[in-house]
Write a protein that binds this ligand. Sequence first.
Ligand SMILES: NC(=O)c1ccc[n+]([C@@H]2O[C@H](COP(=O)([O-])OP(=O)(O)OC[C@H]3O[C@@H](n4cnc5c(N)ncnc54)[C@H](O)[C@@H]3O)[C@@H](O)[C@H]2O)c1
Length: 269
Amino acid sequence: MQIKGQVAVVTGAASGLGRATVQRLAEQGAHVAAIDLAGAPLDALAKELKLLAIGGDVSSATDMEAAFAQVRTALGTPRILVNCAGVLGPARVFRTDKATGRVMPRELDVFRRVIEINLVGTFNTIRLFAQGLSGETAVDGEDRGVIVNTASVAAYEALSAQTAYGSSKAGVASMTLPLARELARFGIRVMALAPGTFETGMYEVVPAHTRRTLIDDVPFPPRPGRPEEFAHMVQALIENGMMNGSVVRIDGAVRMREPTAPREGRPAS
Ligand SMILES: NC(=O)c1ccc[n+]([C@@H]2O[C@H](COP(=O)([O-])OP(=O)(O)OC[C@H]3O[C@@H](n4cnc5c(N)ncnc54)[C@H](O)[C@@H]3O)[C@@H](O)[C@H]2O)c1
């Protein structure tokens, strides 16, 4: 699909990978609707790139229904959807109560929130995006729509504090093929990117020793990924008509392993 002139929706657009994707698609001539939580710093970006900024929670049906209605009215039918909204959300099975030192079972809401945003939120925008193209008949294998979701290498080798995050991303990875199969009749391709470690707001909150291990383990290039490299790959997936139904790792060949040190004082998170 040619990007120029298309209407594109990007979630998690205010920061990191989503922000770089917004910039890239706008530079390529797309009319971009940038969605992020209300209050997220989207305004400056929207002004600079002349795009439509929409505040909303991807896990809310009503927020996203309103957002997609707004996109259609303001820009037209979106044919590109890039889902980048996501949260890390630590969720070990146990936590240590600070006051008593007792080991407590994790509150269920912490786990649920990560699944709601990363997995349910991704499905939420996909259903509304696809609905907009469902009245069309695909002609001669012509691209009518492209969806790129953001999984993670944590879908395959999540660390011990990433039970919720890893399972949410495994869900995002696993939905790729069934979605590509279901939406083929509308001419919609569906893919996911599985990034390794990228330099974004999310990476900043990872404890320093874990960050070191993550980067030390990257065979080449020995550094975190740059958001522009992710956005470049999104562009390639959109433009290459044979790409469909796959989860593509973009990770410098890293295979994450559990950091082993320092053990003492390791946050129970
Ligand atoms: N940075 C990495 O190393 C890395 C690695 C693998 C996967 N990812 C994934 O990439 C995606 C982008 O992450 P990032 O690294 O750019 O992080 P980031 O924190 O910089 O950006 C995430 C954005 O999502 C938004 N967001 C969070 N919850 C939302 C919600 N409910 N509704 C709407 N927007 C919401 C945030 O406000 C933020 O702007 C995420 O899905 C993340 O899991 C990141």
